[in-house]
Design a protein around this ligand. Structure first.
Ligand code: DGJ
Length: 548
């Protein structure tokens, strides 16, 4: 069965006994409901070099009548993945889907007494929520309450049934390697629920073990959460113990416990790795993002409440890509990106997350849009930064496919190096050159990967490389041999040894891996090695030596 293991400095997904990186793609929400529709989506995924798809499985489809389960849909999806030698991460669209309850079955939606809705306005099952401080529009909003005991019981039972099906149908084959529990949990429109029940729990004493845990784990906390915890009382109501952070921590406590109960019920049957994704807080106030969901500012709460959740995952549509990845890995967890934008940093980010973060998963959302012009809705969702043209340009299909296939072809080698410093990467988005005071571009300090005996620098800007959206990955084989995968960059190698400061290339060949075997193309020399440039997605095999 798939599992997570620590290898060197990283947590790595293991499937069929081998480390595996998911070069994934998440489908649009409705696609996986129809296996017939999915046929061409699988084709696109294959063409893009993906090895895994992230596919919703909805509560409403697997339990249309209470207690009667129907796994026709996930069974068909698994069959399609197997035919193509691909993996699946199922996304459990249960009580939550992007902070709402769209995918709950009708028998849950209609019984508001047994399955209460969250009250962001006291006494109201559905209320207007302000979209953002700058948009004075209130959108109708409803979701299930995180305090609903019957909701939790029903959701956990359905999820356990799904995991039971997966164990029986897929336990041997391991097509499904992880499951995301719920989707973008949390509450919009208020920092916490406002029902009478929520009010009374909020003024009751904070559980002592939780208060003590939070006080003992301030070291990694977001500064304002830390300040709130440190200046609060040791015991008392939520406001007394957690001051200004009380409402968000209250929501996180209840959401995380809910998700944990669902995850634990599933793991008791079939303990696949389980993830929880989040809609990022984007620096906003609680209530402006699904509050209580696993944003990094409440990871300590989730650690305490949700031990059955293995990985917290960011859905990244904001321009601050590296900042978010760093935030989600700062406490040693793996990088697992279930959703990210399909603009022209999509392919460089694939290369960069594998090479730099040794990512467990990188997955553009709605990947069948790659290569197509953005719709206005996508433009709004991706939060495009007008100062960076790359964020407004759709990813080229051909380039994503070339990078995807390059990585997929050598994936076992790359994954073998996960958790070691033999695998590194740079990208134009995250590693700009340091300009020289003279302003001469040739003198700018290029970003560099240090492999001890040798160094590899990438040129992402300048007269020989004007694009500004390149990326370069390097896998060290030995002190005198490496593999490069890159695009839109120039490359230079130098010695890292003070007593042997000169480096000469002995072999440079471009090519591709096919069925695990290296198929060399041109042997590069002359102009191609005097000014090495990857003008298109390329894989190079280099051998060299250093001397006095
Ligand atoms: C985030 C959600 O998790 C996805 O299911 C999808 O709705 C995207 N947003 C749409 O951009």
């Amino acid at each position: 069965m798939a599992r997570i293991e620590t290898r060197g400095t990283k947590q790595v997904l293991i499937a069929d006994g081998q480390p595996l990186a998911l070069l994934g793609g998440e489908v649009h929400n409705s696609d996986a409901s129809s296996p017939a529709y999915m046929e061409h989506i699988w084709d696109i995924a294959e063409a893009l070099g993906m090895n895994a798809l992230l596919l919703p499985v909805s509560w409403e489809m697997i339990e249309p009548e209470e207690g009667q389960f129907d796994f026709t849909n996930p069974r068909a999806l698994i069959g399609q993945a197997r035919e193509r030698g691909m993996r699946i991460v199922f996304l459990w669209f249960g009580s939550w889907k992007s902070s709402e309850c769209m995918y709950a079955p009708t028998w849950v939606k209609r019984d508001l007494k047994r399955f209460p809705r969250a009250q962001i306005e006291k006494g109201k099952n559905k209320a207007g929520r302000q979209v953002s401080p700058s948009i004075p529009v209130k959108m109708p909003y409803t979701t299930l309450s995180y305090l609903g005991a019957e909701t939790l019981k029903a959701d956990a039972r359905a999820f356990a049934a799904l995991m039971g099906f997966l164990k029986d149908f897929d336990g041997e084959r391991q097509t499904v390697v992880a499951v995301q529990v719920e989707n973008e949990t949390g509450l919009l429109g208020a920092a916490r629920e406002g029902s009478d029940e929520a009010d009374s729990l909020f003024s009751a004493p904070v559980p002592a073990d939780f208060a003590a845990y939070m006080r003992a784990h301030t070291g990694t906390m977001a500064p304002d959460v830390r300040a709130a915890v440190e200046s609060g009382a040791e015991s008392g109501s939520w406001s007394e113990v957690f001051g200004p952070a009380a409402e968000e921590l209250f929501s996180a406590f209840h959401v995380a416990r809910f998700v944990n109960t669902v995850a634990a019920a599933g793991k008791a049957v079939y303990p696949l790795p389980m993830t929880a994704n989040c809609w990022l807080d984007k620096g906003g106030a609680p209530g402006s993002y699904p509050t209580g969901g696993p944003v990094s500012r409440v990871h300590e709460v989730w650690d305490f409440c949700a031990p059955s959740v293995d990985v917290y995952c960011p859905d990244i549509y904001v321009p601050q890509f590296k900042a978010v990845c760093d935030e989600f890995t700062r406490r040693g967890g793996p990088l697992f990106i279930p959703e990210s934008a399909t603009h022209s940093y999509a392919a460089p980010r694939l290369l960069y997350t594998v090479g730099h973060y040794h990512a467990m998963c990188y997955s553009p959302f709605g990947f069948d849009d790659i290569g197509h012009p953005f719709t206005a809705v996508q433009g709004f969702l991706f939060g495009m930064d007008v100062s960076d043209p790359a964020l407004k340009t759709p990813q080229s299909f051909e380039e994503y496919a070339a990078v995807g296939h390059a990585l997929r072809g050598m994936l076992p080698m790359l994954c073998e190096a996960y958790g070691s410093d033999r695998l590194q990467a740079l990208s134009a988005e995250t590693d700009p050159p340091v300009p020289h005071p003279s302003g001469v571009p040739f003198l700018a300090q290029q970003p560099t990967m240090d492999f001890g005996a040798f160094r590899v620098s990438a040129g992402f800007q300048g007269p020989m490389n004007p694009r500004g959206d390149g990326a370069l990955l390097c896998l060290k084989i030995s002190d005198t041999e490496c593999w490069l995968v890159g695009n839109a960059c120039t490359v230079s190698l130098s010695s890292g040894e003070a007593d042997r400061p000169n480096l000469d290339l002995l072999l440079a060949e471009e090519g591709a891996f096919e069925n695990g075997a290296w198929r060399p193309g041109r042997r590069l020399n002359g102009d191609e090695t005097a000014h090495p440039a990857m003008d298109k997605p390329s894989v190079w095999h280099l051998k060299f030596f250093t001397y006095e």
